[in-house]
Design a binder for this molecule. Sequence first.
Ligand code: CTP
Length: 407
Amino acid sequence: MALVAVGVSGGISAYKAVEVVRLLQKAGHEVAVVMTRAATRFVGPLTFEAITRRRVVTSQWTPGANADIEHIALASDAALFLVVPATANTIARLAHGLAGDFLTSLALATRAPVLLAPAMNTHMYDHPATQANLATLRSRGVHLVEPGEGYLACGWVGKGRLAEPDVIAAAALRLLAPSRALAGRRVLVTAGPTFEDLDPVRYLGNRSSGRMGMAVAAEAAARGADVTLVLGPTAVEPPGGMRVVRVRSAREMHAAVTEARDHADAIVMAAAVADYAPAGGPAGGKVKKQEGPLTVTLERTVDILADLGGWRAGRPHPVLVGFAAETSDVLAYAARKRESKQVDLIVANDVSQAGAGFEVDTNVASFVTASGTQSFPLEAKSVLAARIVDFIAARLAPAASDRMVPA
Ligand code: CTP
């Protein structure tokens, strides 16, 4: 049982928040409601007070709101902050970090996951300002329950209708109780760059931070998997709760992956592995400068992912996931890569886009599988990581026929 903070903002669908609160309570959770002033014009705070048996804060200036421990503690005690409905105005305030009322202050103060259920007129929803605000929130890891399409209370038809209460409650429950679907499964993830030494003091490297692979590893571990992270040289600290194998070069990474692959149920190659290394290995001593240009001969490294694809050929196990960083024709190149490397999923990034690729916490990605492609908006690497782990969990889930127990 967890404490859920439910923020209600002022839209005609505010009454549906009552049903969402009841569904969360039915699932065994405690709910504390905060309302914007506008919300109180649509539903009375008494309704929420009666069903939650807790005082409902409607203003930062309500006597007690800043003194009473229960409300101060809400930011730290809540396991989830759900805003239902989230109006265009509230979404804008959240995107810009405004803190003019209790609901928005709570959003800044809490470290709990935030889930928004937007609801508004369809043109307000489609407006570039609202879409930009939603993109900003998404890129910070805020979760969204997409509004539905249909006949809106304002008489218009289109997207903007609050998702159904059971859909919102289900999304909240998923965030409250992360699935343990990967318990007993072994997941091998590579992350970070590789450094190919030229001599004892110089190397060829790349700008990968390892954040994407670390996010996948953390998500798999959170779902119960036994995770091994093969990590190239990066200054970013890896998450806890997993075995970390530090490597430096493509050759070392290949050896570490080859050693672990037999036991893996899924392998995610998120590392930015060098395609070339100095031929014959690094020079034994420091290379001295000389007059004129210096020519360094490079040789191809082993393509670890392609090697895994060839090794697995003809079998569905382990699940193989690779990445493709492209600057043009993203989906076409990614599809070719998926086929040539014989893997299940290529996560393709257009690294020419702002907010995608190395050194940032966000990504803009598409999934390329044998059955087609699916593109996602700019979102936090943690959200993309959850999608990748969803894919793995679905592939590893026993088929319905395997689950059937003979009579
Ligand atoms: N990869 C690998 N071993 C290598 C090189 C890449 O396992 N020696 C993996 C990466 O971890 C990633 C995927 O292959 O999952 C990237 O494919 P790759 O063809 O190397 O991508 P690019 O380097 O972007 O390829 P290209 O330069 O040909 O576009």
